[in-house]
Design a binder for this molecule. Structure first.
Ligand code: ATP
Ligand code: MG
Length: 428
């Protein structure tokens, strides 16, 4: 036998048993986004490497060591997208979506990061992301948070906590950055390798360190909140008030920072303790500086992205399978004549009953074998056509799940009424 080829480490197949659950989550997310007036944008999976260098920044884990970067046949440096925001901003500038306009956009698709694969952390993973442009006030951050909360409710997720922080205006942040650098300089001997590297390019990111030793040092670091100017405070207080108004709880987390220069004001994360180390299911904030950083005119912007694998895992942990695909009916064909005519009969049923999910037995088999397949398919009813039924123009309808319901043999034209009464043709 020839050697088998396996998928790439950290990149997974979504098998038919799981894809129903994906579809279930995605369709609920889409519905809620539409209810809030968001429109989908689809951008390419590959972009010029420079886009990510200029947006995410060179002194970040993603750009320094996680990107799938390659030269194409023209010698251009391209990268698989590690996230979706940069592409949205690039597309918005390129197509003039931002000038004197407000945009509420969303996207979904695979992202690629060369990280160490583990539960909840993959090299290809799926995000659903939301980006807004042209809204300067805190109402939009409140809307983003409200809509994510509504999604958790819809998905039956109740063990997530909202962590909230503000980075203030760029001026506030600059002032704070100086104080912070001075603090770390004074404690230079306690900094680990990563933090030393970040001290020059990205000192706020040190606050985010997962190293326990650094976390201890960070406990004593000066707080950004002592350096906020009035505008920063007003923006944040207004956001908190809006969240209070709609009864959304939050935890102020002063250590929550997004290290990048284009972030300002609000940052937030939805986290859970049910998933072990990979507990952040959704992260976002305001990034007013990014559009100009990528060559556009000044445009206020805010958004978030959620990790679909982590959300699905959370739902599985809590509630088991959701939305698995199953047909409504399975058509058994018993006898030679019925087997010949059955294929056309299935097409006729699909034409007459557009909402019916019908799986037809193909490949013959004994009646018993066909019943086994029908049962395994998960269908609610078996439709049985043997040679006798075929000659009479009849179909036998046999309920598979409720033992008490009797099977009935009826003329073809009555099948519809029976299935409709059983709710098999519901559009769901
Ligand atoms: P983390 O701290 O877990 O590495 P991050 O800050 O790198 O997350 P973001 O870039 O903010 O993550 O992406 C938003 C969301 O996408 C995360 O909250 C997470 O749910 C998901 N995510 C990020 N990286 C991965 C990955 N490698 N595998 C699976 N999901 C991921
Ligand atoms: Mg990461």
């Amino acid at each position: 036998m020839a050697k088998q080829i396996q998928s790439i480490r950290g990149m997974h197949d979504i098998l038919p048993d799981e894809s129903g659950q994906w579809f279930w989550l995605e369709s609920r997310a889409r519905l809620i986004l539409e209810r809030y007036g968001y429109r989908e944008i689809r951008t390419p999976i590959v972009e010029k490497t420079e886009l990510f260098k200029r947006s995410i920044g060179e002194v970040t884990d993603i750009v320094e060591k996680e990107m799938y970067t390659f030269e194409d046949r023209n010698g251009d440096s391209l990268s698989l997208r590690p996230e979706g925001t940069a592409s949205c901003v690039r597309a918005g500038i390129q197509h003039g979506l931002f000038h004197n306009q407000q945009q509420r956009l969303w996207y979904q698709g695979p992202m690629f990061r060369h990280e160490r694969p583990q539960k909840g952390r993959y090299r290809q993973f799926q995000q659903i992301g939301v980006e807004t442009f042209g809204f300067a006030g805190p109402e939009i951050e409140a809307e983003l948070i409200a809509l994510s909360k509504r999604l958790w409710d819809e998905l039956g997720i109740d063990d997530v906590t909202l962590e909230l922080n503000t980075l203030g205006t760029p001026e506030s942040r600059r002032a704070y950055r100086e104080v912070l650098v001075a603090f770390y300089e004074a404690n230079r001997d306690q900094l680990d390798e990563d933090s030393l590297r970040r001290l020059d390019g990205n000192p706020l990111r040190i606050l985010d360190s997962k190293n326990p030793q650094m976390q201890a040092l960070n406990e004593g670091a000066p707080s950004l909140h002592d350096h906020l100017d009035d505008e920063s405070k007003a923006h944040f207080e207004m956001l908190c008030r809006l969240l209070d108004d709609i009864g959304i709880d939050y935890r102020l987390n002063l250590r929550l920072v997004r290290g990048l220069d284009y972030y300002s004001h609000t940052v937030f994360e939805w986290t859970t303790t049910s998933l072990g180390a990979q507990g952040t299911v959704c992260a976002g904030g305001r990034y007013d500086g990014l559009v100009t950083q990528l060559g556009g005119r000044p445009t206020p912007a805010a958004g978030f992205a959620m990790g679909v694998e982590r959300l699905l895992e959370l739902i599985r942990v809590r509630q088991g399978e959701q939305g698995a695909y199953r047909p409504d009916a399975y058509l058994l064909l018993a006898g030679e004549a019925a087997q010949q005519a059955g294929f056309a009969l299935a097409e006729r049923l699909r034409g007459d009953l557009p909402a019916l999910k019908l799986q037809v037995n193909i490949g013959g088999g004994s009646f018993k074998a066909q019943m086994k397949r029908a049962d395994k398919s998960g269908a609610d009813v078996a439709l049985i056509v043997g040679d006798d039924e075929l000659a009479a123009g009849h179909v036998t309808v046999k309920p598979l799940r409720d033992r008490d319901a009797a099977q009935q043999t009826v003329p073809y034209d009555s099948v519809r009424a029976i299935l409709e009464a059983r709710g098999e043709t519901r559009d769901d």
